[in-house]
Design a protein around this ligand. Structure first.
Ligand SMILES: NC(=O)c1ccc[n+]([C@@H]2O[C@H](COP(=O)([O-])OP(=O)(O)OC[C@H]3O[C@@H](n4cnc5c(N)ncnc54)[C@H](OP(=O)(O)O)[C@@H]3O)[C@@H](O)[C@H]2O)c1
Length: 209
């Protein structure tokens, strides 16, 4: 499928490479002119294209937003309408500044800002270096590293689950966008290298609290 990536940093680059290698058409963007990404796109290979952020969002049937959360207001919301949007972001006030989430999880806040997008939180609990190296399509799903996902749109979560499996991981569902609070920084499942089987057990424990 056509995948537009907003953000060409640690996670944006890793996902661009993995998804392009898995056979998807990938367009990547940063906050600047696409000329600043031509060299990177060339290095990534597999036909990865360099776009500005609006064109990357327009290009993608699915859009990955992987920019520092503090930059959320610069996301091209209009071009993301109706699309499945993967939100990889984490809120770190020392990096992102004070943002009043009210009672919302970070991803529910993003969904509020992108009202017609079908937001799925994913890839926020894994370090970019591990994302680059730990996928293994040769392993059975239960033994693969878990990527936690959350969202309110079941069909969108199913699409994201397939993408995660194509790049050698296994999706473990933590629930709704509001439930994604259990996979935010500082929680027991943020960071550790858990197989899908272990990850489901951890999520059960968190639900039981
Ligand atoms: N690093 C990790 O291991 C990791 C793991 C899990 C989750 N995360 C989360 O994922 C998000 C991205 O992290 P990162 O480490 O990949 O960030 P990063 O290395 O700092 O890169 C951020 C990228 O976002 C671009 N950007 C900013 N605003 C943009 C916009 N409106 N449209 C398109 N691109 C835009 C920046 O472009 P310019 O260079 O032009 O400014 C840069 O390419 C963060 O919320 C982070 O907390 C990170």
């Amino acid at each position: 499928m056509k995948i537009g990536i907003l953000g060409a940093g640690h996670i944006g680059r890793a996902l661009a490479r993995l998804l392009a290698e898995a056979g998807h058409e990938v367009g990547i963007s940063n906050s600047k002119d696409p000329d600043t990404l031509r060299e990177l796109a060339h290095q990534l290979g597999h036909g990865v294209k360099a776009f500005n952020r609006e064109d990357a969002a327009r290009f993608g049937e699915l859009v990955i937003e992987t920019v520092p959360f503090g930059k959320y207001a610069t996301l091209p919301a209009v071009q993301m309408e109706g699309k499945i949007v993967i939100d990889t972001a984490n809120y770190y006030p020392e990096r992102d500044g004070q943002i009043d989430l009210g009672e919302l999880s970070q991803s529910a806040f993003i969904a509020h800002h992108l009202p017609k997008a079908r937001v799925v939180k994913a890839f926020n609990t894994i370090h970019s270096a591990h994302l680059e190296s730990q996928g293994d399509t040769g392993k059975p799903l239960d033994e693969r590293r878990a990527i936690f996902i959350a969202g309110d749109d079941q069909e969108a979560k199913a699409v994201v689950t397939r993408l995660i499996e194509e790049i050698g991981f296994a999706a473990v569902d933590t629930g709704s966008l509001e439930d994604s609070k259990v996979q935010q920084p500082g929680t027991p499942i943020y960071g550790p290298d858990l197989t899908a089987k272990q990850a489901r057990e951890e999520v059960q424990k968190l639900r039981g609290r």
